[in-house]
Design a protein. Structure first.
Length: 217
């Protein structure tokens, strides 16, 4: 289904929120679920990898992985405010030339993007209505590994999803939270030639690392 993600995401994720998240990153480092992705990717022992970070936010994943795992990164995000902060942080860290920033809904521009060794989606699936289209495009672009975080399938998050979306409707805000079925996401990625090699859980988030069958470090 059509998402109009750039317009919706620009409204939902403001510059104030992006700046606040960047300040927290400076103070405390990557968020807890982001750390799980970083640990999982580093466990593969890849070097000089090309990274595709879908919905990369302030860019924490590529800011960190360019230190020791990645040589280049493509950062695709539907929020112009978050892209602005990510670009400024990349400049501050001196790796602007290694990152290609793209303001778009990833599924709209996927056909134009090159494949990467690693694809990451940190808190992205829960913001996207059509997870099949999103994950199929992400899997197609991953040559070695794919790591993602998404909300756990628990009663309290199912309740939270209903409450959040109820108030979004009251505000006439089109942005919605989605609690997609984990088993279906897992089956989709396995059909695309991946095997799950790591699964870790926090109270809200779950992180899954997939490796392409036959791929090696």
């Amino acid at each position: 289904m059509p998402c109009n993600c750039c317009e919706i995401t620009d409204n939902a994720f403001s510059e104030a929120e992006a700046m606040s998240e960047l300040r927290n990153y400076h103070k405390r480092g990557p968020a807890h679920q982001t750390k799980l992705i970083l640990e999982a990717v580093r466990s593969l022992g890849l070097k000089n990898a090309d990274l595709l970070d879908i919905g990369g936010g302030i860019g924490a994943i590529h800011h960190e992985l360019l230190k020791d795992v990645a040589r280049t990164a493509t950062h695709v995000d539907a929020s112009s405010a978050y892209l602005k902060e990510a670009k400024q942080e990349a400049a501050r860290r001196g790796h602007s030339e290694q990152v290609n920033f793209i303001h778009a809904d990833f599924t709209d521009v996927a056909a134009e993007l090159p494949k990467a060794d690693i694809v990451t989606l940190d808190r992205v699936v829960c913001c996207y209505p059509d997870f099949y289209r999103l994950l199929e495009a992400a899997a197609e672009h991953s040559q070695r590994a794919l790591a993602l975080t998404y909300p756990r399938e628990t009663w309290y998050l199912r309740l939270g999803e209903g409450v959040i979306n109820f108030f979004q409707r009251l505000r006439k805000d089109p942005f919605r939270m989605f609690l997609h079925p984990v088993a279906e996401m897992d089956s989709l990625l396995k059909r695309e030639g991946f095997k799950r090699v790591s699964l870790r859980r926090l109270f809200i988030w779950e992180m899954a690392l997939y490796q392409r069958e036959g791929a090696s470090a």
